[in-house]
Design a protein around this ligand. Structure first.
Ligand SMILES: [Mg+2]
Length: 418
């Protein structure tokens, strides 16, 4: 870590938001004291359960499917219910873990114990051996339905259950999911995304995805980095994601080009699980390095945060097991003076989950990813749930503060076998 890199972080990424811990921690904290602060942040309970004086015993936890989408319904014996919308893209492959290992665990339990139950579930029946997206996407499915249930019973918005909504409006960036097109085509596509949403920040893809330095088209990345800056001007905030494309020398070379053109973060420069390589790149560059979307371990997140293996920490709310676990990551990052931004997994209501999370954490990056609309018919009396002039308004009201079309739920079929 060089002073230059810290100064850059402080100056460019943090300027737009209040993050008092950053200057304090970056000034050179005692490593043992930093470690203590990070552990304390992880251990501080997340859930705020005022107004729930009586047990909330879960009588049923059902998985329902409507075409490509799933919902999870958590019910109490006296008819209260919470609905969560899982990550359909992955649950379609992992749902036996939900049906056999996750849902039955919660039946008969007091939903108010959700936070300690997450650890108990992880230990139960050797579930920790399944650690990774396959387990945590199923745990997130259950957690989100239980949070909706607790919110509806207490009259609280989900954000107020996980620490409180700190901002009602979240500025968002649009991300292109395209690779392999020509740079001119990508710039045209990015212009279309900006025209649709009014976004003042963009992210696009570099490299070839887990490609050992190969580009998706020869020379695409080196042409695209300057071309996007020139197309959108200096006012546009630009992020870019290599999806684990590079070794250290190549990652640093690409990062230097991004620095030259004033990019605001560089996501997954090296293979996501190569923590040493990623840290070597982060140490060498001034541009903040982001990552964490594949991370499934709290202890590995803690190591990365304590050792500054990344500058921007990106848990995925679904891949990492839900709001509570992800909030612990955000708080650990905050304790170390680092920023956090949710990685947004597609499908379901991932865009809404990410916006709610960004509204609640103490240390968000200036813009949060927003992929737009899903095919789940959902409305809210307090939010359009859309990006308008680059902003998404966070709903309010009990649970998620949304209404899923009752017809959609009626037509959903209970999933019981695999
Ligand atoms: Mg990514």
């Amino acid at each position: 870590m060089t002073p230059t890199r810290r100064d850059f972080l402080r100056g460019s990424l943090v300027a737009a938001i209040a993050a008092p811990a950053v200057a304090e921690v970056a000034a050179g904290a005692d490593p043992r004291e930093l470690d203590r602060k990070i552990r304390e942040a992880a251990e501080t309970p997340v859930l705020i359960l005022d107004g729930l004086e009586r047990p909330v015993t879960i009588a049923a936890m059902e998985l329902l499917r409507n075409r490509r989408n799933f919902v999870v319904r958590a019910r109490t014996a006296d008819g209260a219910e919470g609905i969560g919308v899982p990550n359909a893209m992955h649950l379609v492959h992992t749902y036996p873990i939900f049906l056999n290992r996750v849902a039955p665990f919660f039946v008969g339990k007091d939903a108010r114990r959700l936070e300690p139950l997450l650890w108990e579930l992880y230990r139960h029946d050797d579930n920790y051996k399944y650690q990774g997206l396959a387990l945590w996407v199923c745990v997130a499915a259950a957690e989100m339905a239980i949070l909706d249930l607790l919110g509806k019973l207490s009259g609280k918005f989900i954000g107020d259950l996980i620490g409180g909504v700190k901002r009602r409006e979240v500025a968002v960036y649009r991300a292109s999911g395209v690779r392999g097109n020509r740079p001119e085509e990508e710039v045209a596509y990015l212009k279309q995304l900006v025209a649709e949403t009014g976004a003042r920040a963009l992210k696009f893809r570099l490299g070839g995805r887990m490609s050992k330095n190969a580009d998706s088209l020869p020379g695409r990345t080196e042409r695209l980095i300057p071309m996007v800056r020139e197309a959108f001007g200096k006012e546009m905030t630009l992020y870019a994601d290599s999806n684990s494309s590079y070794d250290v020398p190549k990652a640093i070379a690409i990062g230097r080009l991004m620095e030259e053109y004033d990019y605001a973060f560089y996501e997954e420069p090296c293979r996501f699980d190569h923590l040493e390589d990623t840290k070597a790149v982060a140490d060498a560059l001034r541009i903040p390095v982001a990552g964490g979307e594949q991370e499934s371990s709290e202890d590995r997140f803690r190591w990365v945060i304590a050792n500054r293996g990344l500058d921007v920490i990106q848990p995925d709310l679904h891949y990492y097991g839900g709001f509570i676990r992800s909030m612990r990551v955000a708080r650990m990052a905050h304790a170390a003076g680092l920023l956090c931004t949710p990685h947004m997994s597609g499908s379901g209501l991932g865009y809404l989950d990410a916006a709610i999370f960004a509204a609640c954490i103490p240390n968000p990056v200036q813009y949060t990813e927003f992929k737009g609309h899903s095919d789940i018919p959902v409305t809210s009396p307090t939010s359009s749930l859309r990006c308008e002039s680059g902003i998404v308004r966070i709903p309010s009201g009990p649970g998620y503060g949304i209404t899923i079309d009752p017809a959609f739920l009626r037509e959903a079929v209970k999933v019981t076998t695999f």
